[in-house]
Design a protein around this ligand. Sequence first.
Ligand code: FES
Length: 149
Amino acid sequence: MSPWLTIGEVARRSGVAASALRFYEERGLITSERAGSGHRRYPRPVLRRIAFIVFAQRIGLTLDEIGAELARLPPERAPTRRDWARLTRSWSARIDRRIAELERLKTGLTECIGCGCLSIQRCRLANPADRAARLGPGPRYWIGDQPAD
Ligand code: FES
């Protein structure tokens, strides 16, 4: 079995489009080498790295955050299962926050979709207990601020 995969093989195995793989590479999240033909070829462990990127995006990490996480992996050797587990340890708190946010969305769906004001003063969906008001005007959580724990 070859230790290298073509971009088509990586796309097929990971379910991530080749264009997205090239984008990840431009962002420095994955790396490839050029074969003699000039085509990209990826080391087999790239699949685990891509799985990490896909899951991280699904739980709401930005590409910059994902890059920072990946930079914590040991550069001198292939990451072990323990290395990957260390990176994802903080994710459960983040997932809990997402669940709470989705619960809030579900609760306020009918009222707020019909209203649309996103008022700091009265919208409990966009600004529960008005805690976000300390961060500045506007729908803080909708524009990217994170709720404090
Ligand atoms: S959008 Fe008006 S109360 Fe939530």
